[in-house]
Write a protein that binds this ligand. Structure first.
Ligand code: HEM
Length: 225
């Protein structure tokens, strides 16, 4: 019964909260769709936390997505042991990289008085939830090896079953507790997503990549030498 609540009902509730919350935030405060960068208050610590965090987490999320979209290709790739070792080693290295980045970001928010002054309780909740996600993810990589192999055999069919409304909860319910906490925490993050600065993921200014150059012309009169 508890598995049904956690792995069948909670994901849909989290998604519903995320969609309604995002729409509500868009309608009531469209300009708050931002990372609310604190770079101008403190730059050095931010650099050492934010750069490893962002490069690492984006690659890790893409890795999770690849396993969901192309399970057969991942299995074929892992068919050669050396490739499996490289994939697993890269995953673990990225996990450790984001862990270091996130701990630095947390320390920055806790220790720098200027940054602390603009830190909301939701910022801390988000960073701690992300920390739980990374710790359980890295823990899974260390204690339950060859995750790229069993992920596509368990989590992928489970997540796909959520999308097609043909629930296969047992795939997840039979995994170790650490993995279950990792998955559940992801649903919690989904639910709080609209109420945190994570919404900046939806406002990446991609149009900058193809928009025409902006020509800036100074109209200030020249100073006579
Ligand atoms: C291409 C996508 C992304 C862009 C362009 C981006 C950009 C930014 C920017 C500009 C900031 C403000 C701090 C800074 O200047 O470094 C920030 C902060 C943050 N980002 Fe991202 N981000 C992206 C993806 C993500 C993802 C996928 C996550 C997590 C799942 C994430 C989590 C965070 C968090 C937690 C902060 C707050 C850090 C702090 O100030 O304590 N970002 N991001």
């Amino acid at each position: 019964m508890i598995d049904l609540v956690l792995f069948a009902i909670l994901p849909y509730v989290a998604l519903a909260i995320a969609i309604v919350g995002l729409l509500w935030r868009y309608r009531t405060n469209q300009f708050s769709y931002s990372s609310v960068s604190s770079q101008f208050l403190e730059n050095r610590q931010l650099f050492w936390g934010s750069v490893p965090w962002h490069y690492g987490i984006i690659l890790i999320l893409l890795g999770h997505l690849t396993g969901i979209l192309f399970p057969a290709s991942v299995m074929a790739f892992n068919g050669v042991p050396l490739r499996l070792y490289i994939l697993e080693g890269t995953g673990l290295a990225l996990g450790l990289l984001v862990l270091v980045g996130l701990v630095l970001l947390l320390l920055r928010r806790g220790t720098n008085p200027r940054v602390r002054a603009v830190t909301s309780s939701m910022d801390l909740v988000l960073l701690l939830l992300l920390l739980l996600s990374i710790v359980t993810g890295v823990g899974t990589a260390i204690f339950y090896r060859w995750g790229s192999g069993w992920y596509v055999q368990t989590a992928t069919p489970y997540l796909r079953s959520l999308v097609t409304f043909s629930l296969k909860v047992d795939y997840l319910a039979s995994l170790p507790l650490l993995v279950k906490v990792h998955a559940l925490n992801a649903f919690v993050i989904l639910a709080v997503f609209p109420f945190t600065r994570l919404v900046h993921m939806l406002s990446v200014p991609l149009a900058y990549l193809w928009r025409p150059y902006q020509v800036v012309i100074w109209r200030r009169p020249r100073v006579q030498q």
